[in-house]
Write a protein that binds this ligand. Structure first.
Ligand SMILES: [Zn+2]
Length: 427
């Protein structure tokens, strides 16, 4: 009886204390006080302690509180949505195509910064297939007689070169086509040639050496036009006539021309009758701007390319050329053919070819494009064809990896590549 009373009394006390435990947080919740009651100590009575523990346990398991059963927050839901394990991960893209058919010091330089745009333009069906190649060739001085200095070539050899090109499947393109091809891989003939005649020439020169063949084959010719104010009105009007006939296209080749843009020493001055005594930097700007302005005036269209006089150039010159609006530039270094996002250039001097200035340091491959020389271009045609074929074969090997990369990384932003173009295998 006494024990029962004691037990009931203990239970009562436990419930009383429990009421206090539950009540205190409710009361204190409204205040900033964190005080708790010191009267809750139960350590003096083991029986009471055990009963209290049990009661408290039941109480805390039966009374829902915010702390014990958290409501899922929006953050938790979002996290769950975005932590999807990827099923496919893209392989690293293969390194650009290389070939043993170039001089070991002449290495392919790429220039398209946006990888996704590059892959889209490389594989879209309306673009040029991989392996499409351009051979730029320059002509300096064609003579009807015997060759009397190193820059000259006979009329007969020029005719032979044009026939060789045609028989090996090449077609001539314009500077505008080349710019579209190099920048966006726009469609051009699989084997293309860009014929550039340097300096001022009379109407008769073009008619004698090129007209019959070009008209028959619907080819165009590019002229590197010197915008010197002294050029006779006769030469100018003859060239305007050729342009209007649609088969000679004039691009920029300086104003003074005979003083080449170069890596001038700091503080260098240049004195010419046309410009007076000016800094080398101002001279560089005058040459590039003057060519652009004058050609626009006399031929009614802005030039796309700057053909560096003497094949010389400078890093500053390249930067100014970009500011002025040129899209392409040419040296006289015959390093190899051009392909989309693939320009053979050198990063260091070559003792075996001391006259070839390295171009890589200007960090703008499109402004320092190589050109073949007319005298030995025929002997390079087969090499150009082989490089084209190797590039097409290499593209076949890497096509699946490149297209999977595009699909995983680029497609959502750049759109699909429908029925990718197939590299054209060449015989
Ligand atoms: Zn020249």
């Amino acid at each position: 009886m006494r024990r029962a009373f004691q037990r009931n009394q203990a239970l009562f006390i436990a419930w009383f204390l429990l009421g206090g435990v539950l009540l205190i947080p409710i009361l204190t919740a409204c205040s900033s006080s964190k005080a708790s009651s010191p009267a809750l100590s139960t350590s003096g009575n083991p029986t009471l302690t055990e009963v209290f523990r049990q009661a408290l346990s039941e109480a805390t398991h039966s009374i829902p509180t915010a702390t014990l059963t958290p409501t899922p927050s929006p953050t938790a839901t979002l996290t769950a949505t975005f932590t999807v394990t990827p099923i496919r991960t893209p392989q690293a893209l293969p390194s650009p195509f290389t070939t043993g058919l170039l001089n070991p010091l002449d290495t392919p330089h790429t220039y398209i910064r946006d990888t996704c745009q590059y892959l889209k333009d490389r594989w879209s069906p309306d673009k040029s297939p991989p392996g499409t190649v351009v051979m730029p060739i320059m002509f300096h001085s064609i003579t009807d007689g015997e060759v009397s200095h190193p820059y000259q070539i006979t009329h007969a050899r020029v005719s032979q070169l044009l026939r060789d090109l045609q028989q090996q499947g090449f077609e001539a393109i314009s500077m505008e086509q080349l710019a579209g091809f190099l920048q966006h891989n726009q469609k051009i003939p699989f084997r293309s040639v860009l014929l550039i005649v340097d300096d001022l020439h009379s109407e008769a020169y073009y008619r004698d050496h090129f007209e019959a063949f070009l008209r028959e084959n619907h080819w165009v010719l590019t002229n590197a036009w010197i915008s010197e104010p002294e050029a006779s009105q006769r030469v100018l009007s003859e060239n305007q006539k050729l342009q209007n006939e649609g088969w000679v296209d004039h691009q920029a080749h300086g104003v003074i021309h005979n003083i080449n843009i170069n890596e001038f020493k700091p503080g260098a001055m240049i004195d010419t009758p046309l410009y007076g005594n000016i800094t080398a930097e101002q001279f560089t700007r005058n040459e590039l701007e003057g060519s652009m302005r004058r050609i626009t005036e006399v031929f009614g269209k802005a030039p796309i390319a700057y053909i560096w006089p003497g094949g010389n150039f400078s890093k500053l010159g390249v930067q100014i050329a970009r500011e002025v609006g040129y899209q392409l530039g040419f040296t006289v270094n015959p390093r190899g053919p051009l392909m989309y996002n693939w320009i053979p250039l050198a990063d260091s001097e070559d003792p075996a070819r001391p006259s070839f200035r390295p171009e890589g340091y200007v960090q703008d491959p499109l402004m320092v494009l190589p050109r073949y020389w007319d005298q030995d271009a025929s002997s390079h045609i087969d090499t150009v064809r082989q490089i084209s074929k190797q590039a097409a074969d290499a593209a076949l090997q890497t096509q699946a990896i490149e297209l999977e990369y595009y699909d995983l990384v680029c497609r959502s932003k750049y759109g699909p590549v429908e029925e990718p173009v197939s590299p054209t295998p060449t015989p």
